[in-house]
Design a protein around this ligand. Structure first.
Ligand code: MN
Length: 270
């Protein structure tokens, strides 16, 4: 797709978009899907929630296809015109962490930032690797972006090709492996607990992060835990509508709204 082409469908107007873990420079990045998603959105603010450029993968192997350039240009274009773009570095792009507070070509760099929704709720937004030390086991997570993870994804593709031939639904090997880790070491539960604790400590309504490649929007101990997911597997993004309601979007065959919480909704907090 040429990035200059207008999409043949009207763009959705929203207040804010968050995407994390796009891993540009890594062979498994779903750059075309992300481009399609961003080109279909008009937003006042775009938060890039870390692991956007995968410098670890780039260091191993220089992989930068045209789609990754198109994506870069699209984001720069958004920043040039009507969108405030904030880059929050993650662990795979931690070299950018040295530039906290700098604005480069209309893109603001912040280690963490507080976002206020249209209905006045406050959310800490950061990548999430800051919680790794609070978590017992991050062995599998350490593989994300590595050769072993790429191998896992290739195997996943093969398995799903086979399942597709048999008329079966898509199944995520990496997600299943992570589920196994969850059972073994309760990594994800510990991560989410650490996030919720931080949100309560900061006296905010919730925390928005990425890092563990598991999209989620849920109440945890009275605060909202939101994980944007990733663009290696899940192809998800968080959206704030103009009324302040929050929604996890998944692109692809489902194109379904995963969860939507109306503004000020704390009914599920109990
Ligand atoms: Mn990360």
């Amino acid at each position: 797709m040429d990035y200059d082409d207008s999409p043949d469908y009207p763009a959705t107007s929203v207040r804010t978009v968050w995407v994390s873990d796009t891993h540009l420079g890594f062979g498994g990045a779903k750059a075309e899907a992300l481009l399609e998603f961003l080109r279909g959105m008009r937003c006042e603010q775009l938060y890039l929630v870390g692991d956007i450029i995968d410098f670890w993968a780039l260091k191993r192997k220089r992989h930068w296809p045209q789609s990754h350039n198109n994506l870069t240009r699209t984001v720069l274009g958004m920043a040039k015109y009507d969108t405030r773009v904030v880059y929050i570095p993650g662990n795979h792009d931690d070299v950018i962490r040295h530039y906290d507070g700098l604005t480069l070509g209309n893109i603001e760099i912040h280690d963490r930032i507080i976002h206020e929704t249209a209905d006045g709720r406050r959310f800490v937004t950061l990548h999430g690797d800051q919680f790794d030390s609070a978590v017992i086991s991050s062995r599998l997570l350490g593989l994300v972006g590595s050769r072993a993870y790429a191998g896992l994804l290739n195997l996943n593709r093969l398995v799903n090709w086979g399942r597709g031939c048999l008329g079966m639904e898509y199944w995520s090997l990496a997600a299943a492996a992570k589920q196994k880790v969850k059972k073994a070491a309760t990594y994800i539960a510990n991560f989410e607990q650490a996030v919720a604790m931080e949100a309560r400590h900061q006296a905010v309504d919730g925390l928005i992060c990425g890092h563990i490649h598991r999209p989620e929007l849920t109440w945890l101990d009275g605060v909202l835990y939101i994980n944007c997911g990733d663009w290696v597997e899940s192809a998800t993004a968080l959206i704030e509508h103009h009324d302040g309601s929050l929604e996890l979007w998944q692109l692809g065959q489902q194109s379904a709204r995963l969860r939507r919480l109306p503004p000020g909704d704390d009914a599920a907090a109990a």
